[in-house]
Design a protein around this ligand. Structure first.
Ligand code: GRF
Length: 203
């Protein structure tokens, strides 16, 4: 399966996916990286020899024009899957129309708890003892799509947002690579609210 990864941040998740994709037998290939701003993610793409493109919101007259341009830039690579690895923009109707159903995001909290841009901070502030990460299909909402995989991460005494975020990212880097490989080989069955990755018959 071919994958386009979209990122906006440090790109540590992207970097983990690039490393996983280099493993012999990994069933997915990252064919391009897209960013919405200048960020370290493109350096990881360069280091891995993967082409990248930038579609910056401020280069467009309005959000719709930006979303159409981003959709076209991704579509050029004709990916089987699009993966959001710390992509900090809400994708609009044009993008959902084109890639809905094969668009995966990872969120650093156990959805539906703590959606939005500050899931780690909100969980810490709430005082939960366990949080985690969620890999899910993206739907028209924010962090509301069908859950594909989750893993719990303990909150430790003395944690601050950075230490907790890093502990979650360690799990995300593995979980996201595992989910992409599973989807690439076995697909997704989704009834709209729920999604399952079929268990392989030779489990
Ligand atoms: C990840 O924790 C992801 O869940 C969140 O943004 C973070 C991306 O981290 N949406 P990085 O930019 O890949 O280091």
């Amino acid at each position: 399966a071919t994958v386009v990864v979209l990122a906006s941040g440090t790109g540590s998740l992207l970097n983990a996916l690039l490393a996983a994709a280099r493993e012999p037998g990994y069933p997915a290939r990252i064919v391009a990286v897209g960013v919405d701003r200048d960020c370290p993610a493109t350096a990881h793409a360069d280091a891995a020899g993967v082409p990248h493109f930038k579609v910056g919101l401020k280069d467009f007259s309005d959000r719709e024009a930006w979303n159409v341009a981003l959709t076209e830039a991704v579509d050029e690579h004709e990916p089987d899957l699009v993966v959001l690895a710390g992509f900090m923009k809400i994708l609009g109707p044009a993008f959902m129309e084109r890639f809905g159903g094969r668009l995966i995001n990872t969120h650093p909290a156990l959805l539906p708890s703590f959606p939005g841009a500050h899931g780690v901070r909100d969980a810490l502030a709430y005082g939960v003892k366990v949080t985690g990460c969620t890999v899910h299909l993206v739907d028209a909402g924010v962090d509301t799509g069908p859950v594909l995989a989750q893993e719990a991460v303990a909150v430790m005494p003395g944690d601050d947002e950075d230490t907790l975020q890093e502990r979650i990212k360690v799990v995300e880097r593995r979980l996201l690579a595992e989910v992409i490989a599973a989807v690439a080989t076995r697909g997704i069955v989704s009834d709209g609210r729920k999604a399952e990755i079929p268990v392989s018959e030779h489990a």
